[in-house]
Each structure stands twice: as structure tokens, then as C-alpha cells.
Write a protein that binds this ligand. Sequence first.
Ligand SMILES: Nc1ncnc2c1ncn2[C@@H]1O[C@H](COP(=O)(O)OP(=O)(O)O)[C@@H](O)[C@H]1O
Ligand SMILES: [Mg+2]
Length: 237
Amino acid sequence: MGKRMLEVTGLHAYYGKSHILHGVDAHIGEGEIVALLGRNGVGRSTMAKAILGMVKAEGSVKFRGEEILGRRTFEIAHLGIGYVPENRDIFPTLTVRQNLLLGEKRNPRQPKPRWSVEDMFNMFPRLRERENTAAGVLSGGEQQMLTLCRTLMGDPDLVLIDEPTEGLAPMIVALVGDYLKTLKERGVSVLLIEQKLAIALDISQRVYVMGHGHIVFEGTPGELKANSQIRKEWLEV
Ligand SMILES: Nc1ncnc2c1ncn2[C@@H]1O[C@H](COP(=O)(O)OP(=O)(O)O)[C@@H](O)[C@H]1O
Ligand SMILES: [Mg+2]
């Protein structure tokens, strides 16, 4: 594995007085796809928000060796971390194309932009058909595709993606799987928060399982597949 992109050490997070993360350690290598699994309510989304400076947190979060904990969300985004939140995040009155162009940002570390609007339409042909349609009238699945694509237009080096396949039809889940494979091919690092074990095991190189604000398992997809005790205790419902 190459250099560390992200290194989280002893991370605690809070909403007011509720203490949600209790010392999380995790890392993501350059170009690595890492899945973060766990049951609902264990703190996976909170971990993404803590990395992005969106909740009160303590500990350390280093991006390319630089401490980012305590910095503001827009500064963190500018360093090259993209975020696809769990709720679909679009501008409803703007068209699909306008939404994509609004997400466009140059990454100073890339000699040329890694992604074009055309790449997005090739990954999700449905978005091309809806190019001039107001995003607010798209279906839930189409809005999810648009959210995934808008984040890529910012040319991030690392993307935190929170439950991208939640509530989607199997055909769209498969397209999201292809999208993640394309990110891998182009060397983008990913933290994939998922509920669906199959997708996470298929796409990621390493897996974390979170339980009650702690990491309870770290290993390869193969190791998680072989560990029925961890799956029973922390994943299966
Ligand atoms: N805005 C909030 N205010 C207070 N508590 C919250 C808030 N968001 C989440 N929580 C609580 O934090 C815990 C972890 O939530 P979350 O990180 O969303 O879990 P996950 O993403 O793993 O389902 C849950 O107990 C949840 O109720
Ligand atoms: Mg969540």
C-alpha cells in the first residue's frame, strides 16, 4: 500500500453532551478503497462528519500528514476531500448540467482535470437524458447519481461516501458499483460507508467494522467473510 492519505487517531466526537465516537483509529492509503461497515446508529456518519469538521471532535485527523482537525469544512474540502452525504444533496431548481458545473473545481495537484461532464454522463446515461431537467423533479435514484457526480466534479483525491446505495433499485446499485470501480481505476481514495456487505466486500481493499463508536474489526474483505463471529455480533440483523 502506498502513502497514507488519511490518518485518524484517537478520534472522539460529540453532539452537545452525547459522546458518540470513543477513540477511533483508522487510515486510508493513496488510491485505496476502504469500507466502513456497521449497524445503524453506531457512528459511521458521525465519523465522516468529524473528518470534515462538521461536528465537535477531539483527537487527530491528518490528511497527507497535515493536521486538519479543527479546520473549517470549506478549507478541508479545498485540500481535496470530497463528501457525498447520506441525504441527496442537489440544487432543485437548477438543471442536471448546472448542478454538475456548480460542483466543478480545479485540483491544484492534478495537471489536468480528472473528470468531465461527459465522464459523468458515460457512467450514468440517465443523467445525460435528464441533462436539461430541473434536479428537483428527478427520481431519488437519479438525484443520488447526480450527488455522486457533483462531488467528483470537484476533483477530490479522497471521497467520503455515505451509504450511496441506500434505498436504490438493484440496477442503480450496480451502476454505483461501477462508479466506485472507476474511482479506483483513476486513483481516487474512498471511504465507503455501507450497509450492503456484498458491495463493500466486492469493491474495497480493506474493511473496518464499527460498533458503538469504536472500531471492532479491521481486515481484508476475505478476513471479514471468514469471521462469522464478527459478522453475527456487529453486522447481521
Ligand atoms: N445531529 C445529531 N444530534 C444528536 N445526536 C445525533 C445526531 N446525529 C446522530 N446522532 C446520534 O449519534 C449516534 C450515531 O449516529 P450516526 O453517526 O448517524 O450513525 P450511523 O451513520 O452509523 O448510522 C446515534 O445514536 C444518533 O442517534
Ligand atoms: Mg449514517
